[in-house]
Design a protein around this ligand. Structure first.
Ligand code: PEP
Ligand code: MG
Length: 569
């Protein structure tokens, strides 16, 4: 009998972040490595020093490997960042000071490393000079690596071998997720987070199941425990499943072959524009079997988050060109939505109390022409290889429209392209719903970013699992907002697309179709489901039902139940 078979099987409840199914071992990731202070005898000092030196050597090898990879991808200039990490390991404020403390205090070496890293981090974070303050991130990074080596926590590969694994953690940032995605990651279980958080979107992009809002699961689970995660229909998370549970799961995975008719044309012959949201060009091959020739949202910030420093204009042009060429009907490239839960490790931002409503997105881009202008040049150049639109995220006041227009004209003047790609905006802040006349002065295209629109409309943080039930995209107030927005946009001759998660949800999709939207972009994992639904829908009938529902809402205001009753899915 295996060790896990002896453990109690426990079923947990959570919020589905992305659909899929997997059965694999847990890798429990602890962000801040807590260390116990343990006294040692004087004759143990040498052994502690030996452990420390071995950990330093392994950390140095890690950093050299990272340096080599950075050089291959970005060139020597960027690789040099890792030289400063190597230098830190040799810094007299670090190694020698630490060894002296070890000899004096007679405690385990990891507790001294923890303490030294915390002290240095605090000192550097308080420095005014932005360059030096940035070094605080390096200290945390190198210190974390060193501690992991000292404590045998070198990451999934070292802890559970090359086996596939399910990541279990309290929380992870999108950029940490990108690091995990390089290994055998099969699924994600987080104590925190919401269904439309960027980690959920990224998990969907990677085609793996994820579940959030698991309270303190990461404290209970141990690396190596078995995890069964099935979020295809409802959320089924089983910690240490028993043999029956595993057999049922295996049978359900084998029986998923029933093929449905997939189409982009409704039963009454209305062809819709169906597109995919992607975050990395590596997802492009997934679209071929579905014959999808449109990308409705390329979240360009992930190129920036995966890089060790600002990606060059040339590198960006290559990536955007790959996206444009893979989507011959239309590729919509979004300029970076940096800030909030998507910071860049190499661009330190001041602390903010409310970063989701803070210095992010187009606010950040307009303030950083050194980053924004090369991105626009790269996008405009890439656009020459096909059909492309450029969209700006989080426009919230009319003055931004004027600033974007002015900048765009200047960049077009500089690049002198044969074709000038159209630009539009993402409508994801409620104020923009009341700015459609202003918007129409500059552009005739908006893309509904319902993930942010929902969080700002209800003032419900999309990453907070405790509030998950509050912001319902199918609730009457939100549907009224959508109805008003689409009608007002159409009145001003503005075309409306949707790239928020509402397009991936069958009832959300039906509602938008009923409101007159015909451009839908969704996460790749949702495409099959929605394309199986489209040929069953009659657009004229959907319009009638949705419009009358908004005019005469059901008595209990339960639009979800109303639509479910009208469209048995
Ligand atoms: C949105 O807000 O709906 C959207 C598509 O953008 P993101 O999810 O990247 O914030
Ligand atoms: Mg958004």
């Amino acid at each position: 009998m295996t060790e896990t078979a002896e453990k109690q099987s426990v079923i947990l409840k959570g919020i589905i972040g992305s659909p899929g199914a997997c059965l694999a071992r847990a890798y429990v990731f602890r962000k801040r490595i807590e260390v116990k202070r343990v006294e040692i005898a004087p004759d143990q000092v040498d052994a502690e020093l030996e452990r420390y030196n071995a950990a330093v050597r392994m950390t140095a090898t890690d950093i050299q490997n990272l340096r080599r990879k950075a050089e291959e991808r970005h060139g020597e200039k960027y690789a040099a960042i890792f030289d400063s990490h190597l230098l830190m390991l040799e810094d007299p404020q670090f190694g020698p000071k630490l060894v002296a403390r070890l000899k004096k205090e007679l405690v385990n070496v990891e507790s001294i490393v923890r303490d030294t890293v915390d002290q240095l981090h605090k000192a550097f974070s308080a420095i005014e000079d932005p360059y030096l303050r940035e070094r605080a991130i390096d200290i945390k990074d190198v210190g974390g690596r060193l501690l992991r080596h000292l404590m045998g926590l070198q990451g999934p590969a070292a802890e559970i071998g090359d086996e596939p694994y399910v990541l279990v953690a309290q929380e992870v940032t999108p950029s940490e997720m990108l690091d995990f995605a390089k290994g055998g990651l099969q699924g994600i279980c987080l104590d925190t987070g919401g269904a439309t958080s960027h980690v959920a979107i990224l998990a969907g992009a990677l085609g793996i199941p994820s579940v959030f809002g698991l309270s303190n699961f990461s404290l209970v689970a141990r690396t190596g425990d078995q995890i069964l995660l099935d979020t295809r229909r409802e959320c089924r998370l089983v910690h240490n499943p028993d043999a029956d549970e595993i057999a049922r799961f295996n049978a359900s995975v084998e029986n998923t072959g029933s093929e449905k008719v997939l189409s982009d044309t409704t039963a009454d012959g209305w062809r819709l524009h169906i597109a995919a949201n992607i975050v990395r060009s590596e997802e492009l091959p997934l679209l071929e079997p579905l014959k999808i020739k449109r990308i409705g949202l390329f979240r360009s910030e992930f190129i920036f988050m995966e890089s060790v420093d600002l990606p060059s204009e040339k590198f960006q042009t290559e990536v955007y060109t790959r996206v444009v060429e893979a989507a011959p009907e239309m590729a919509v490239l979004r300029t970076i939505d940096i800030g909030s839960d998507k910071p860049l490790r190499y661009v330190p931002l001041a602390h903010e109390e409310n970063p989701a409503m803070g210095f992010r997105s187009v606010r950040f881009s307009l303030a950083r022409p050194d980053i924004f202008e090369p991105q626009l040049r790269a996008m405009i150049r890439a656009a020459q290889h096909g059909n492309c639109r450029i969209i700006f995220p989080m426009v919230s006041v009319p003055a931004e429209l004027a600033a974007l227009d002015e900048l765009y004209r200047r960049i077009v003047d500089e690049v002198k392209p044969a074709k000038v790609p159209e630009w539009g905006i993402m409508l994801e802040v409620p104020s923009a719903v009341f700015m459609l006349a202003d918007i129409a002065r500059y552009t005739r295209y908006i893309s509904l970013g319902t993930n942010d629109l929902l969080q700002f409309f209800f003032a419900v943080d999309r990453t907070n699992e405790k509030l998950a039930g509050l912001a319902d995209m199918m609730s009457l107030p939100f549907l009224r907002l959508m109805g008003q927005c689409v009608a007002e946009a159409q009145k001003h001759g503005i075309r409306v697309g949707i790239c928020g998660e509402m397009a991936s949800d069958p009832l959300g999709f039906i509602t938008l179709l009923g409101l007159g939207v015909d451009e839908f972009s969704m996460r790749p994992a949702a495409l099959k489901n929605i394309m199986a639904l489209i040929p069953q829908l009659n657009r004229v009938q959907v319009r009638g039902i949705v419009q009358s529902m908004l005019m005469n809402p059901p008595d209990d205001h339960d639009c979800r139940a109303f639509l479910q009753a009208n469209f048995p899915l």
